[in-house]
Design a binder for this molecule. Structure first.
Ligand SMILES: [Zn+2]
Ligand SMILES: [Zn+2]
Length: 383
């Protein structure tokens, strides 16, 4: 199920706050603040570009706002580390007032600009956050990618009108830029992440108990982050560390929640070191001598949604020797609906959606007005 065609893709434009750019770092010369929700390639377009580096270097007061973990990841990532002085950390669940440089408003933006932003954990991958923007323009939520269980969105203090008086209810949210990756009937429910983790740990445990030569290989999509929660749980339950690539090891070793769960020792029984091979059918790693004693586990979601697979009852499916575990980093349709019903936004803009799913379908599924993202190029002329 392909997600987003180019004509509909999100290009960082928040209609209410046109002088910022979120998760999009191309053509941002006139932006006054930049925001990065998490470290996945589709949210980092242009982040490695020379233009962006020149822009942040030469424009005083222009920062890329992100979570502390995102800053740590980028600071240990060779192509992004030079951005480190320009990454400004937003502490989780803290509302911060941002005053933007007022002498650089040549685009006809108001001469003094300030607004509040709160970063809220989004449950998607290490460091991932949502941004809640509040200002004269109203209240706008940008979810980035998220996995939030049913019933959990109403627990976030940032959404409460008065956190010390929860009975006052939730804030009115004018507009949500929403992760609709699984806004489709095919993805109605997913097993909870805890269920996926427990089934995976059971699988791993029964395999590595056979002999010290029996190994497990997790295959992941490219250099993506997202399975770390599983590594941490595997280590907590089985006391076995996961061997990762040098690239990831360097990054993880600075993340206190993850560093104990991973290892540079290829002698460990569990490996996630075969980066960039997720698309191949057979998996090998220089760490293994006897491939007959390797159990390959692939964490996936889209594969499980294809015709004829019942995602409700089959968390683990054997695909010709590869164990496919349904492990979603995005909310299911029911979880997205729960968030929309809880926050009752006046309007939703999908920042990612399955290609065949129309605006009308999303409006119907979420019972809400839906607007497609504004193009960065059109918005410049409309300002
Ligand atoms: Zn993501
Ligand atoms: Zn290995």
């Amino acid at each position: 199920m392909p997600v987003n065609s180019d004509s509909q893709s999100f290009q960082g434009v928040i209609d209410e706050i046109p002088y910022i750019s979120v998760d999009y770092f191309l053509y941002v010369q006139s932006s006054l603040a930049l925001f990065l929700s998490h470290c996945h390639a589709d949210h980092m377009k242009g982040l490695d570009s020379h233009e962006l580096y020149q822009t942040v270097k030469t424009k005083p007061g222009l920062f890329i706002y992100c979570s502390a973990i995102t800053k740590k990841i980028l600071s240990d990532w060779p192509i992004y580390c030079k951005l480190s002085p320009y990454l400004k950390v937003l502490e989780l669940n803290q509302t911060v007032k941002i005053d933007l440089p007022s002498d650089d408003c040549s685009d006809g933006h108001p001469s003094k600009i300030s607004f509040c932003v709160t970063s809220i954990p989004s449950g998607h991958c290490p460091g991932s956050v949502m941004f809640l923007y509040e200002g004269i323009f109203g209240t706008v939520l940008y979810t980035g990618d998220f996995r939030i269980a049913k019933g959990d969105s109403k627990k976030f203090q940032a959404f409460m009108s008065n956190p010390s008086r929860p009975e006052y209810g939730l804030k009115t949210i004018d507009h949500i830029y929403l992760d609709c990756t699984f806004c489709t009937d095919a993805a109605r429910t997913f097993p909870s992440r805890q269920t996926s983790v427990e089934k995976t740990i059971a699988l791993v445990n029964s395999w590595i108990a056979k002999s010290p030569e029996h190994k497990v290989l997790f295959t992941l999509a490219g250099r993506g982050f997202g399975a770390e929660f599983l590594f941490v749980e595997v280590y907590r339950k089985l006391n076995v560390q996961v061997h990762t690539s040098d690239f990831k090891h360097k990054i993880y070793s600075n993340l206190p929640d993850i560093k104990n769960a991973i290892s540079r020792q290829p002698t460990t029984s569990i490996h996630a070191c075969s980066e960039g091979r997720a698309s191949s059918k057979t998996h090998s790693s220089p760490c293994f001598k006897d491939s007959n004693k390797v159990l390959t586990i692939r964490l996936s979601t889209q594969w499980h949604l294809m015709d004829g697979k019942n995602v409700d009852s089959r968390v683990v499916v054997d695909e010709g020797g590869i164990q496919r575990v349904l492990f979603s980093m995005h909310s299911s349709l029911e979880e997205i609906q729960d968030m929309a019903q809880t926050l009752k936004p006046r309007k939703v803009t999908p920042i990612a959606k399955p290609d065949p799913v129309t605006t009308e379908t999303i409006a119907q599924l979420l019972d809400c007005k839906v607007k497609m993202p504004t193009s960065r190029f059109r918005s410049r002329h409309d300002d």
